[in-house]
Design a protein around this ligand. Structure first.
Ligand SMILES: [Zn+2]
Ligand SMILES: [Zn+2]
Length: 332
């Protein structure tokens, strides 16, 4: 029928439901044809009638015409949910389980390396997810130019880093979940012509990202002769737990301008980059949240000491000007 009428399956199902249920709801049908209530509101009431089956006798049509006139479609829909819980607890619980069965999270990677997520969550799970994401996706300071969608994406990544950093996730193959990067001394320093640093999957990442991750990571020195590993050094952390504790005692939040991310959601940044030989002592360390840490490394913001505090300087934006050659005119 959807094909025949050239409409989406959902719309077709909607129309069929209304057509079917209106015969059970004569006053609603009358209110629709006389223009007292709109089609969308009628469809919401008809769906309720279909879902509660024989219990549709509980639908007081005069009341529902009044609701349809008073409330928005969204609120009217919520009223139908409430009615279902009241009239048909078992049916409602069945639907809750059906919705839960629909849950899924698809994580795919494009050929360019970008990840794409596609998820379905049940109402309670989705509400928990949205509440957590909302709490992390407010703009961080006046200079924050990210779109709402970008802030939500950053919030998700930040929450995952926080979960991994807390060290409470279950071990896999004997180690806590973490990301591994292989690089060279030249790659770590960001020297021109250095071999690409790579994630475990083999996907190359930029030197700037390597330097950010090296600010707060564990490093294993691996010595190779050709392609043969001849020595593996012990892991050393770029910032020791005691240095990190001392830094947290000095700051209550991220040091980014106008940022209120609490210090336990930040990671230590080296003012003089660790990869460039910056020391891991307190005067050289600053706690930065995921967004501000990225801004300083990949976003090329500069952080400089200014008296007691620090100053964040945005990268100079060079706007290329078009130069008109002699005797040439711009096209209109
Ligand atoms: Zn850093
Ligand atoms: Zn911040």
């Amino acid at each position: 029928m959807a094909n025949q009428c050239q409409m989406s399956k959902t719309t077709a199902a909607d129309r069929l439901c209304v057509g079917d249920q209106l015969s059970n709801l004569p006053k609603i049908a009358e209110a629709l044809s006389s223009g007292q209530i709109g089609y969308q509101a009628t469809a919401v009431i008809c769906h309720l009638s279909e879902q509660v089956g024989e219990k549709r006798e509980y639908i007081d049509e005069n009341d529902w015409i009044g609701f349809a006139q008073r409330f928005s479609i969204k609120d009217l829909r919520y009223l139908t949910y409430e009615a279902r819980v009241l009239w048909d607890v078992e049916g409602f619980e069945g639907k809750v389980e059906q919705d839960y069965e629909l849950r899924s999270l698809d994580i795919s990677q494009t050929s360019g390396g970008i990840y794409r997520l596609d998820a379905w969550l049940d109402p309670a799970g989705g509400a928990a997810f949205k509440t957590a994401i909302d709490s992390l996706s407010q703009p961080l300071g006046a200079h924050d130019r990210r779109t709402a969608k970008q802030r939500r994406a950053d919030a998700l990544v930040e929450a995952m880093h926080h979960a991994m950093g807390a060290g409470t996730l279950p071990r896999r193959n004997g180690v806590r979940p973490h990301i591994s990067i292989s690089t060279t001394i030249e790659g770590l320093k960001g020297e021109l012509g250095a071999a690409a640093s790579k994630l475990e999957s083999g996907m190359p990442i930029s030197s700037k990202t390597v330097q950010r991750l090296a600010c707060d990571g564990a490093l294993h020195r691996i010595l190779k002769a050709g392609s043969v590993v001849v020595d593996v050094g012990r892991a050393t952390r770029s910032v020791s737990p005691s240095q990190w504790r001392a830094l947290k005692a000095r700051h209550s939040s991220c040091a980014g301008p106008g940022c209120d991310r609490p210090v336990n959601m930040t990671s230590p940044h080296h003012l003089e980059f660790w990869a460039h030989g910056g020391r891991s002592d307190l005067p050289n360390l600053l706690p930065l949240c995921y967004y501000h840490h990225r801004l300083v490394h990949e976003g090329r913001w500069q952080v400089i000491r200014a008296g007691e505090g620090v100053k964040f300087i945005p990268p100079e934006r060079v706007i290329p000007r078009r130069v008109r050659g002699p005797g040439r005119r711009w096209a209109a």
